[in-house]
Design a protein around this ligand. Structure first.
Ligand SMILES: [Zn+2]
Length: 336
């Protein structure tokens, strides 16, 4: 049996945020709402949204698990009927988890497009060991391209890299289907691949047309919704990034790490990794260890442990040896 969950209302465009009350009313949401934002995003849009909806704000200042418990308590105490996450990845993920635990709907208002988590029904939990959790899809997504376009370009570049990573994720999914008989959904695989290709073909335009990226990330979220898992958008390149999160003293942005992972895994698949690298360069995402600001030893260690991160069959199969990891990283110029 398939269980497909998708957002019901998505609006994308300049000043989209002005429509928040209409969206709420169209979705039939009534009662008290709570806006979740952090110190930065409260000023960008959180305050505005809360005054438009006449709702309280829960300011997320500490570690993610504290934010989740504070917001969950506030939802219960104040008898909140829906939550609105205004922010980047962590704020949106916190919103998703709180909404899921308290069984109320949520609206996602991303202030940056740094990864596909802004639209997916998966939440990444930061902790000692980063994990991901299946939650509900947002009922509504309001992507204001004026706000997202004003975010630091590094975040946009990371979002492009996360969309491009769908390329190797789909190759992994197909491989798992062919070699292990795993379920493979043509429609969601094609949709996910299309998001990667649209970003690769339009790499030069994204800077001035952030809507292209927003739509690609929304399509990625939809692809995952249809597949019922993160499979279409998360393969060995994501495992590599999760491994870096675990071992690096200073991991960098999710999309940045996944982008470099995509170069590596595309090469392992015997496909055109140089094309992937070119696109990443064009969007100004990092393509090697130096640009990531992660030392070579962590890159190699992450490559050798990535296959063990989760039970997901990929091109890494039983894992790479140290020697194989070094060879791959050198061949793709990820290390010197
Ligand atoms: Zn991702």
């Amino acid at each position: 049996m398939k269980d497909i969950e998708l957002p019901r209302k998505i609006i994308v465009g300049d000043d989209a945020i002005e429509n928040v009350c209409e969206v709420v009313s169209e979705l039939g949401l009534i009662g008290k709402s709570l806006v979740l934002a952090d110190q930065n995003t409260v000023a960008i849009a959180g305050d505005k949204v809360s005054s438009m909806l006449d709702s309280d704000i829960c300011l997320l200042t500490g570690p993610m698990n504290e934010g989740i418990s504070d917001a969950t308590d506030a939802i219960k105490e104040k008898n909140i009927s829906y939550v609105v996450g205004v922010g980047g990845g962590t704020v949106i993920d916190t919103t998703k988890v709180c909404a899921y635990h308290t069984k109320i709907p949520f609206i996602s208002i991303p202030t940056a497009a740094s990864h596909d988590g802004i639209t997916s029904s998966q939440a990444s939990l930061k902790g000692e060991k980063p994990t991901s959790m299946k939650v509900h899809s947002a009922l509504g997504i309001i992507a204001d391209t004026k706000i997202i376009g004003s975010a630091p370009h590094r975040l946009t570049a990371a979002g492009c890299a996360d969309a491009i990573s769908n390329y190797s994720a789909v190759l992994d999914w197909k491989l798992a289907h062919e070699e292990k008989g795993e379920y493979y959904g043509d429609y969601s695989a094609t949709l996910s691949m299309m998001s990667a290709q649209i970003i690769m073909y339009n790499a030069e335009k994204i800077k001035d047309h952030v809507a292209i990226l927003v739509e690609a990330l929304i399509s990625s979220g939809v692809a995952m919704g249809i597949a019922g898992s993160s499979r279409p958008c998360s393969g060995a390149e994501h495992q590599f990034s999760h491994a870096l999160d675990m071992i690096c003293p200073k991991p960098v942005l999710h999309g940045e790490q996944c982008g470099v992972g995509t170069i590596l895994m595309t090469c392992l698949h015997g496909k055109d990794w140089e094309k992937v690298r070119e696109a990443l360069k064009t969007v100004k995402a990092p393509v090697n260890s130096k640009e990531l600001n992660i030392s070579e030893e962590y890159i190699i260690k992450a490559l050798t442990m990535a296959h063990d991160i989760r039970d997901r069959y990929t091109i890494l199969r039983d894992g790479l040896s140290d020697k194989e990891a070094v060879k791959l990283a050198r061949e793709t110029e990820v290390i010197d």
